[in-house]
Design a protein around this ligand. Sequence first.
Ligand SMILES: [Fe+2]
Length: 144
Amino acid sequence: MSFFVCKGCGYVAFGRAPEKCPVCGAPQTMFGQNDRLFEESAQNSPEGGGKHTPVVTVNTDCGMIPEKSCTDVLVRVGETLHPMEEKHFISFIDCYVDNEWVSRVQLTSAMYPGVVFHLQSAGKAVTVVEHCSLHGYWKAEASS
Ligand SMILES: [Fe+2]
């Protein structure tokens, strides 16, 4: 899988660079390819997986939107809760369905690193990407 990173907002596109960044609107020329993006983070922080790899839970039984068949994607970073401090925090969590970006939650050090995406459909595969201000990019696939 190839990865293309937007230099404007850090968004990661899977497979190809889009004409326009879906998060910040930057043009394709602002994307740089780095197929080892996630491997590099893991190599630079060999002990970091437990604190950074998103823990993803998929629920098809939504309590918030019961009138629709809502799929909840619950994400926390990580199995050992990641710190949220001024200089070391999870800056965003992005959700993808079938390798297409769906939504981003921007985080600050006033929050815990946990979010919920209420999806109309989980497709065949849900992927979650998180970015740590110090330790780079980490991702996980959903397990329902
Ligand atoms: Fe970190």
